[in-house]
Write a new protein. Structure first.
Length: 256
């Protein structure tokens, strides 16, 4: 996954909204979104090559995601699957417990990555370095992460996604959830200028680059209150030409 936007505690009713585009080689086999048992976990899909997933949530209200960070060196195939980090922490009950579990793992066991974990009360962004895990506590507001670095303001894609999605923060704060969703979905579909092109095809959220590009998009919304739940919207292809479908049959159990 290469673009992740987190709206953390922007609304009392909807304290956690996560939107993501997954970029990958078009030939890499992936399963459809599905549930895993014990605890009940939704995942946006399973990587059928290395295992694991890039985005998921569980019945306790924990959401987790991983982004492969760019490196000057090619990935080491002998290292553990970064996607397995997400499926493993989704067995936890909250963001702090999940972050602690990641920090207990050797940071050098994985190729470079950024890992996001959050519940409705606490959120964390972790990045592995040769010296260990770098951890940041999320404050309320919009947080955008790309595959170049953890919230790197020098990343053109990061700057563009922040600018496109920032209007949704106020909309969420005022309870205008449908309007906020439209802003978010439009941002995920973005190709660049008014002609739909960009000088750098990797500097936009929706990527089309030969045998590589945006494979799918997912929005996870954690609602609290009388009907505490995680609602799911999923586009099973590039969001610029694939509609977001609500996965009503896969709504999570009530948060406990």
């Amino acid at each position: 996954m290469c673009t992740l936007a987190v709206f953390f505690q922007c609304s009392e009713e909807l304290p956690l909204l996560v939107a993501a585009n997954r970029d990958e080689f078009l030939s890499r086999p992936t399963s459809a979104p599905q549930y895993l048992a014990a605890p009940r976990r939704f995942v946006a899909g399973i990587d059928l090559v290395a295992g694991g997933t890039w985005l998921g949530a569980n019945e306790y209200g924990l959401t987790a995601a991983v982004l492969n960070r760019r490196s000057e060196k090619p990935p080491d195939p002998e290292k553990s699957s970064r996607g397995a980090l997400v499926t493993s922490v989704l067995e936890k009950r909250g963001g702090r417990e999940a972050a602690r579990a990641i920090q207990e793992l050797p940071a050098t066991e994985f190729n470079l990555c950024s890992v996001f974990v959050a519940d409705r009360q606490e959120g964390f962004l972790l990045a592995n370095e040769p010296s260990g895990w770098r951890v940041r506590f999320l404050t309320p507001g919009l947080h955008v992460v790309t595959n170049r670095e953890s919230e790197n303001l020098e990343c053109p894609r990061h700057e563009r996604v922040v600018r496109l999605m920032e209007p949704a923060v106020s909309l969420l704060h005022h309870g205008r959830f449908e309007d906020a969703l439209e802003v978010i979905k439009c941002a995920l579909r973005d190709h660049g200028d008014s002609n739909g092109t960009a000088t750098d095809p990797l500097a936009v959220p929706c990527v089309h680059l030969g045998n590589y590009g945006t494979r799918s998009a997912t929005v996870l919304m954690t609602f609290v209150g009388d009907r505490a739940r995680v609602e799911i919207l999923h586009a099973a292809g590039p969001p610029c030409r694939t509609p977001f479908v609500p996965l009503e049959a896969l709504l999570l159990a009530e948060l406990r």
